[in-house]
Design a protein around this ligand. Structure first.
Ligand SMILES: Nc1ncnc2c1ncn2[C@@H]1O[C@H](COP(=O)(O)OP(=O)(O)OP(=O)(O)O)[C@@H](O)[C@H]1O
Length: 314
């Protein structure tokens, strides 16, 4: 089995006039894995993916997709790579979804079975009707665009926010399909704002902001690399967190993350736990669902993005 990366991005730069959308970005995607690119609005995710898809030319740096240059070698890459643009864009709005999929299937040597794909993505009601793409709901268009990216049985797929606007069943069906694609050896690169999606699906997460990589690794690496842990517990709303903080060792932090839901962030050891439960006892509070754990990917993400915003603020 080849161990060459499916995608290699090195020192990539892309400017739109005065805006530097991608600013020296580098990461690699291992073949047969799911990589999630996470970042706030305007971070440069779509620009990066569109360069990998051959739709935009980089100003500097290099990109290799399946060993080829996507800008020069588009004709060789197109049969091997599936693409889903943001908001499911890119198709003639008058096209009927199932006819479109059947047409795309004919352009490929070994396509997936269209009725199977339609059923897997819950598109059967559309197959029975005659509505064109422009009449579909946003979520239905997303599903058609995902089916269109997959129908050619690609080796690699780029999906720009594939589950944005999908209902919970649609999201689960998509996640399951992506799991199956990975099991079949397909490489998946997706952009998302959904941290639970990245945590649930991705082998590798790349967090970007202002066109640069802030951190990357497996979800486990990203969350366990931090020294602080978290204790979560429930209690009455509006506890005096200042009083609790005063009882805890220096450097600890306490937040009421939602009414009646508390988080203590600190290096956790038995003494810290004893101090917390003593404070609760002294204040006649029964700490419900008390749990010690690592910080979530969301905690790490928000901290990285917050620190990045601090550095780039005027
Ligand atoms: N065609 C364009 N012309 C000018 N500026 C652009 C163009 N496309 C993107 N930009 C700018 O480049 C930056 C990066 O945009 P990009 O769409 O790559 O970010 P993103 O991370 O995908 O954002 P979102 O999560 O909102 O989709 C933004 O500041 C955006 O306004």
């Amino acid at each position: 089995m080849s161990t060459a990366p499916a995608v290699e991005i090195a020192s990539l730069v892309k400017r739109y006039n005065a805006v530097t959308a991608v600013d020296g970005l580098s990461f690699q995607v291992a073949a047969g894995t799911i990589t999630a690119v996470l970042g706030p609005n305007g971070a440069g995710k779509t620009t990066t993916v569109e360069i990998c898809e051959g739709f935009r030319r980089p100003d500097a740096g290099s990109v290799r997709v399946l060993g080829l240059d996507p800008w020069r070698d588009g004709a060789d890459l197109r049969p091997r790579v599936g693409v889903m643009l943001q908001d499911g864009a890119g198709f003639y709005p008058g096209a009927r979804p199932v006819e479109l999929l059947a047409h795309l299937a004919k352009l490929h040597a070994s396509p997936l079975d269209v009725p199977m794909l339609v059923a897997r993505l819950g598109l059967e009601p559309l197959a029975r009707g005659r509505a064109p793409l422009r009449r579909l709901s946003g979520g239905e268009r997303q599903r058609v665009a995902l089916a269109a990216a997959l129908v050619g049985r690609p080796e690699l797929v780029f999906l720009d926010e594939p589950t944005a606007g999908l209902d919970p069943q649609g999201r689960r069906a998509t996640w399951q399909l992506l799991d199956e694609l990975r099991a079949a050896g397909v490489t998946v690169v997706l952009t998302t704002h959904l941290i639970d999606e990245a945590e649930r699906l991705a082998d590798h997460v790349v967090i970007i902001d202002a066109g640069r990589v802030l951190a990357e690794g497996t979800p486990q690496e990203l969350t366990s690399g931090v020294s602080d842990d978290v204790i979560r517990f429930g209690g009455p709303p509006r506890l005096d967190v200042g009083s609790l903080l005063a009882a805890l060792p220096d450097g600890a932090a306490v937040r009421e993350v939602a009414p009646g839901s508390y988080e203590v962030t600190a290096p956790v050891d038995p003494r810290l736990l004893a101090t917390l439960t003593s404070w609760c006892a002294a204040n006649d509070i029964l700490a419900e669902g008390l749990q010690v754990g690592h910080r979530s990917l969301e905690d790490v993400y928000l901290e990285l993005i917050g620190a990045s915003a601090g550095r780039t603020a005027p």
